[in-house]
Structure formats: C-alpha cells, structure tokens
Design a protein around this ligand. Structure first.
Ligand code: TMP
Length: 391
C-alpha cells in the first residue's frame, strides 16, 4: 500500500448538522493509497460504516431528475436481457430510485440506512435493513433463494471489505445470473483531477483493472463494461460466475493502463495536481471576494464537503449553499459550517458567482439556471481545473 494523497482533517461528508451539534462533530484524517498488487485505490483508514450509513442518511438519490431518468433506463436495459421477469436484489437501494422500476413481487432490497429501508418496505419491496456481507447473503438465500440479478449503484465502493461483499454476491447469484454494479472510476478521477471523489464513504475508487483481479478471486468474472456519465464518470460492470468477456473489457483495461492506472507514479502526479487545484481555487475565490463579488455554492454535495474542508473555504467566502434536499436545508455543511438553504427556482439576483458543488450535473443545472446565466451570472468549478465557466 502506498499513500499518495493527504486531504487533511475532514468531517463526515454527508454529516450535515445543526449549530448546536458543532461541538461534537466527528473528524478523521482523509488519505488515499494505492495497492501495488491489485491496483486498487482505497482510503488509508476506513471510517466506521455505522457513523455514515444510519437512519439519518442525508443523500436522497431521487433529488436529481438526471438520476431518476438514469435508473429508469438502467432498469429497462436489464429487463431486456431476460425473457421472463427476473428476480432482482438491489444492494444499497437508497430511496427506491432504481427498484421502483421493477415489480415488488420479484424484487428485494438490502439497505443499512433504516430511514430508506423503511421507505422501500412501505413501497412494497421487501427490504433487509442489514450490511451487505456473506452472513447477510446466507440469510437472504435461506429466505428467498438465489436471484437472477444483483444490482448495486454507488454502494460496492462504500464497503471496506469489498472482497467479502463480492463473495456474498457470488453466494446469492444463481448460475447464469448477472451481477450489475456501477461506481465512480479512478480513470475519470485522474483525468478530471476530481479529488473530491475521495471521501469517507468511498472506501475504494474502482478501475476495471483492479476489479478484474478482485472479482476473479471471488468466483466472478467481468463480462461487459459500460462507461457512464453519472457521478462524474462511472463504469457499469456486468459480472457472471462464468462467461466470455466482451472485447470492450480488455479495451477498457488497456485505456486505463495507457494513463498509468497500474503505476504508483500516476497517483503521486495526481496528488501534485490536487495541491495545485487547491491553491488555484483559494486564489480565485479570494480575488473575487476582494472585488466585492457575492459567491454561493450550488448543491450541498459530499464532494463539496471535501473541497471546502481541504481548501479551508468557509462562510466568509461562500455566503450559502443551496440544495433541493429537504433534510439538508437549514443545516450547515460539515466541517466548515457554510449554511445550507432551500434552492429557489432561480439563483437570487444579487449573486455573481455560483461554485458548482454538484459539478457532475452541469447540464441539468445550466438548463435550470438560464436566467442567472443570461443576466451575466457565472459558474465556477474546479473540474478538470479551477475556472470560471465560459471565460
Ligand atoms: P450527488 O452529486 O451526490 O448526486 O449530489 C447532488 C446534490 O446536489 C444533492 O444534494 C441534490 C443537489 N442538487 C441540487 O440542489 N440542485 C440540482 O439542480 C441538482 C441536479 C442537484
């Protein structure tokens, strides 16, 4: 294991809090390392999962239309692969954004955040309020038998003992069944300099290279890969107990090797770029602020928790963050304590610049904020480099 990046003292990225909770706030040292054997990028130290994923989990996937459309299309692609209605188990079902596209009679969920487990249970989907591991897989197989499809979005990378999670998938998948999972990629992180993919919940950042090695040890084989735009660049991986990989699998591994994802030097260079990004962002925001500009942030994302804490950017620079998620509103961003307000239909006329905390929804946000943009309002992003968009 080689540590390559130190993002400093960080709070829980989704630990939005009220002012009377500031004193008890939890912090940890956020560092990323590279495994020279598996080529996996992981956190140097994992944060205890129950601190992050519990009944207070703040991230509601259904708050973005882009994601609603995305999961409807994922579900329809999966249905097309089967002649009859498949039995589906979703791991990490959040607010039901994916599973609601399937018939409750044949679909099951596993979700350790009990606020969401209750919600999908109430929608008619039998939901196990458990951590996904070998023990849980045995319990579920005893109750419902093996399934045709295991699906998981932005969840496998959250599991510290990911090998155990993959073995658990292998246990519950019937022979000939399909494991489909999608998570952000190291490839896009390196190309976009999007260091804010590294946070407490992302125990690992996957590459096809690293996954092919690890899945093989767990009795699974990658048979297909689809690159996706969501979450700043993700891969949807299709794996089976046995099968022939489509040519794209090796092509993806070759592209990953061509940018050096198999070499630790690549990650050290990335860390240099990350430090430069921090300097540039502090400089840009400080200059705008000294010129009397009003700057807000758009989307109280876990990614922006990382950026603002790493760069020590607080409410003296960013007046507020707007977000559509009710449970985040009227709270504060973890660590640097920038206030979060409900998102108005259009950015307030007094605002000059909006930092894109949710930079991965640039198209959706630009469409919504055409009034802001046409009156000369500007977006700021740090991806792939710090810049005012359109300048
Ligand atoms: P994500 O990047 O982890 O999906 O989080 C996106 C966050 O941004 C989520 O809290 C919802 C918020 N958001 C807005 O407030 N307005 C928007 O227009 C979009 C697309 C997202």
């Amino acid at each position: 294991m080689e540590t390559f990046l130190d993002l400093g003292r960080q709070p829980l990225s989704n630990g939005f809090l009220a002012a009377d909770q500031f004193q008890d706030e939890y912090f940890f040292d956020l560092k990323a390392c590279f495994n020279t054997d598996t080529c996996m990028v992981s956190l140097e130290k994992f944060v205890d999962s129950s601190k992050m994923f519990n009944e207070n989990y703040h991230y509601h996937a259904s708050k973005s239309q882009t994601m609603i459309d995305h999961f409807a299309s994922a579900a329809s692609d999966i249905k097309e692969l089967f002649n009859s209605v498949p039995t589906v188990l979703e791991i990490g079902s959040n607010d039901g954004i994916f599973i609601k596209n399937f018939d409750p009679g044949h679909s099951y969920c596993v979700e350790p955040c009990s606020n969401f487990a209750e919600l999908t249970n109430s929608m008619g989907y039998k939901t196990y309020d458990d951590w996904w591991n070998v023990e849980t897989s045995r319990k579920i197989v005893d109750e419902i038998g093996k399934v045709d499809v295991v699906y998981s979005a932005s969840c496998m990378c959250h599991i510290p003992d990911v090998e155990n999670a993959f073995v658990a998938v292998s246990n519950i998948l019937r022979d000939g069944g399909l494991f489909v999972f999608q998570d952000p990629t190291a490839y896009n992180m390196i190309l976009n300099n999007s260091y804010d993919q590294i946070y407490d919940e992302h125990a690992h950042i996957f590459s096809v290279l690293s996954l092919s090695k690890i899945l093989n040890r767990c009795g699974l084989q990658i048979v297909n890969v689809t690159p996706l735009d969501v979450h700043g660049g993700s891969n949807r991986i299709y794996a089976c107990k046995s099968g022939t990989p489509a040519p794209v699998v090796n092509r993806m591994i070759e592209s990953e090797r061509s940018i050096g994802l198999h070499k630790s030097d690549t990650y050290h260079r990335f860390a240099d770029n990350v430090r430069k990004s921090r300097e540039d962002l502090i400089q840009l925001l400080s200059e705008l602020k000294s010129d009397g500009k009003k700057i807000i942030s758009y989307g109280a994302t876990s990614k922006s928790t990382v950026v603002f804490n790493y760069c020590s950017i607080g409410p003296d620079i960013i007046d507020y963050i707007s977000d559509t998620t009710e449970v985040k509103q009227n709270k504060f961003l973890p660590g640097v304590h920038i206030p979060i307000v409900p998102q108005p239909p259009s950015i307030d006329d007094s605002v000059d610049y909006a930092f894109l905390g949710a930079w991965n929804y640039l198209d959706e946000i630009s469409n919504k904020e055409n009034v802001f943009l046409s009156r000369g309002g500007k977006f700021i992003t740090h991806v792939p480099r710090v810049r005012v968009i359109g300048e």
